[in-house]
Design a protein around this ligand. Structure first.
Ligand code: 2NL
Length: 389
């Protein structure tokens, strides 16, 4: 039908000489043509629309062919036919555009309905890391001691012999200096000092005493290093030290602080402490601190009666009154300022609290172990009982 019309319009013949004779025909054809196209457009899909557009308005299109005939018409004819043909062109053009719009928005609505997302569905689980027990315990320590007015202090893991030993009343000839199994660097620093990996976090406390005025209340958790390796010792381990410097500090403050800390940490009020005389070069007097334990369901737990049939004592801390020589080394007057200090292994605290029995697993990075013993990063390490509850 379309082909017939195109022929009738004289377009495909390529001969303009026919045109004067088909004038009347054009008039009738433009309307028929337009009706025909509009009817087709009304039912076309997107692919058919494009075919119709090419057939009607393309370079070789039927309406384009009619438009071309305008040039060879007399002015009067053109005045009559021009609006008709252009009207047809505009009607078909806008019908195509409208149909295209309708089809596209219908397709979009269909997609929107089909691809709708149910926001109430739970999210698909994604792999999650966990908080290492050592990190968890460090957070718990910071939390407990914050309640007691202690700040967390940190410092370098590479230290000089002076900060790690000399300031702590361990001169170069001191036997304890050899006993620490220290990792030394082959070269000295610019000031000719021997350099090492800190064997305890005490140098952090030395730096704090030298850098700020008392009163001082800090804990110094962190990595420490000793050349030691067996089932209960790793060359890198974690330590927390605590330090209080103020006027009139006594061993009573030390004992109360440690008792309060241990009870908050293990979340039991029936934990008792035993202080045994000991020796550290940096404290005088010094005391090793034992906690009472009992055996419950075949496992040692901190708390309960250490003098009962299932009870005993276990050492968990070293402590003492800061040696006046150490206070002096830090530029403070020991007649005005006194203090207590303590030190404790974090890895062992974690093993005791969370029931792990092999220290080496802490540093193997085995994902199954980390998943089992790790903590959620969303857990807040605040202790439900709080300090002194
Ligand atoms: C232990 C013993 C201890 C300290 C650490 C300390 C620090 C300064 C001054 C005095 Cl700056 N003392 N720290 C005191 C007593 C014991 O640790 O057995 N640690 C695992």
């Amino acid at each position: 039908m379309r082909q017939g019309l195109i022929c009738a319009a004289g377009h495909d013949s390529g001969s303009r000489t026919f045109l004067p004779f088909v004038k009347e025909q054009i008039v009738a054809d433009v309307e028929t043509l337009q009706q025909d196209y509009l009817a087709q457009i009304a039912n076309a899909d997107l692919a058919a629309l494009e075919e119709i557009r090419i057939a009607a308005l393309g370079k070789q299109g039927a309406i384009t062919g009619l438009l071309k005939t305008l040039g060879s018409m007399s002015p009067e004819e053109r005045q009559e036919q021009g609006p008709r043909i252009n009207g047809a062109r505009e009607a078909v053009t806008s019908a195509i555009a409208a149909r295209k719009d309708a089809l596209e928005s219908a397709a979009l609505n269909e997609r929107l309905a089909a691809e709708a997302i149910d926001l109430t569905l739970p999210v698909a689980p994604s792999p999650q890391g966990s908080v290492h027990p050592v990190a968890q315990v460090m957070d718990e320590l910071a939390e407990i001691f914050a309640d007691l007015g202690f700040a967390v202090a940190t410092g370098p893991e590479i230290e000089s012999g002076w900060y790690n030993f000399t300031a702590l009343n361990m001169p170069e000839t001191h036997p304890a200096r050899a006993m620490h199994d220290t990792f030394y660097f082959p070269d000295r620093n610019a000031d000719g000092e021997e350099m090492l990996l800190r064997t305890h976090t005490s140098p952090v406390q030395i730096r704090t005493m030298m850098g700020q005025k008392p009163p001082i209340r800090i804990i110094a958790p962190g990595r420490t290093y000793r050349s030691d390796s067996d089932a209960t010792h790793t060359p890198m381990f974690h330590q927390v030290e605590g330090l209080v410097i103020d006027r009139g500090i006594t061993m009573a403050h030390l004992k109360w602080t440690l008792e309060t800390f241990v009870r908050a940490f293990f979340e039991r009020d029936d934990i008792v402490l035993r202080l045994r005389p000991s020796y550290f070069p940096f404290t005088e007097p010094s005391a090793e601190v034992d906690v009472g334990f009992t055996v419950e369901k075949g496992k040692r737990v901190v708390g309960g009666d250490p003098t009962g049939p299932n009870g005993g004592w276990m050492e968990i801390l070293g402590s003492g009154m800061v040696n006046p020589k150490v206070i002096e080394h830090c530029g403070l007057d020991p007649d005005e300022w006194q203090g207590f200090a303590f030190g404790c292994g974090i890895d062992r605290l974690a093993m005791l609290k969370y029931g792990m029995d092999d220290l080496r697993a802490f540093f193997d990075g085995d994902l199954r172990w980390l998943k089992h013993y790790g903590f959620s990063s969303l857990d807040v390490p605040t202790l439900s009982g709080g300090v002194g509850a």
